[in-house]
Design a binder for this molecule. Structure first.
Ligand code: AIR
Length: 207
């Protein structure tokens, strides 16, 4: 069996040759290239993800994109996908039970309403799980908050604030966790805090 990185190299080599290559080469390589393109997206090959952002619906992405943006800013390999504890429970189990074996370190679970996703993930992995309550229309996220935060003793979910603040902080907390064993990441986090402090102190108010 070939290792995944081997496939990744083949994929990029083909991509380069395909871009530069002759029309004859294109004819030969196109079907192979298309196959690799469909099976493995570039995102999957950037590096194995350390953080997984899982959300209950595509409608949560507007909020959870904030977590993705922060992880991107810190160059933390991560992945993001929709998996619902209610609408796709078997897929949630598959994700949670395989995450540690795939080298993940932290999972962020975000859902709205009867928001059981983070709890269900936490129940099936030893990895730390952070919960982001999505702001729901009906109850402004209070339902999501209580569903996420009120875990029974024994299965913790580190619950953040409702909405975008929670999404950003979940990413920052995940980075803080990773930074305990990664000095370069710790330096970046330190710089982030210092920059934030400087911008707060530089704020001016119009009278
Ligand atoms: N949800 C999806 N499966 C279980 C839950 N709790 C949540 C989503 C989303 C809300 O239901 O996380 O916040 C509404 O989803 P939709 O798809 O109807 O927009």
């Amino acid at each position: 069996m070939f290792e995944l990185p081997y496939f990744a190299n083949c994929y990029y080599a083909l991509e380069i040759y395909y871009a530069l290559g002759s029309s004859r080469f294109k004819t030969i390589s196109k079907p192979i290239f298309e196959q690799f393109k469909t099976r493995f997206s570039k995102k999957e090959f950037m590096a194995s993800p350390l953080v997984g952002i899982i959300m209950g619906s595509a409608s949560d992405w507007d909020t959870m994109r904030e977590a993705h943006k922060i992880l991107q800013e810190f160059d933390v390999p991560h992945e993001y996908k929709v998996l619902s504890a209610h609408r796709a429970p078997a897929a949630v189990t598959e994700y949670a039970t395989s995450a540690e074996g795939r080298g993940m370190k932290v999972i962020i679970g975000a859902a709205g309403g009867a928001a059981h996703l983070a709890g269900v993930l936490a129940a099936q992995t030893l990895l730390p799980v952070l919960g982001v309550p999505i702001e729901s229309q009906a109850l402004k996220g209070m339902d999501s908050l209580l569903s996420t935060v009120q875990m029974p003793a024994g299965i913790p979910v580190g619950t953040l604030a409702i909405g975008k603040a929670g999404a950003k902080n979940a990413a920052l907390l995940a980075i803080g966790m990773l930074a305990t064993t990664d000095a370069k990441l710790r330096d970046k986090l330190q710089l982030y805090r210092e920059t934030q402090t400087r911008s707060v102190l530089a704020a001016t108010l119009e009278g």
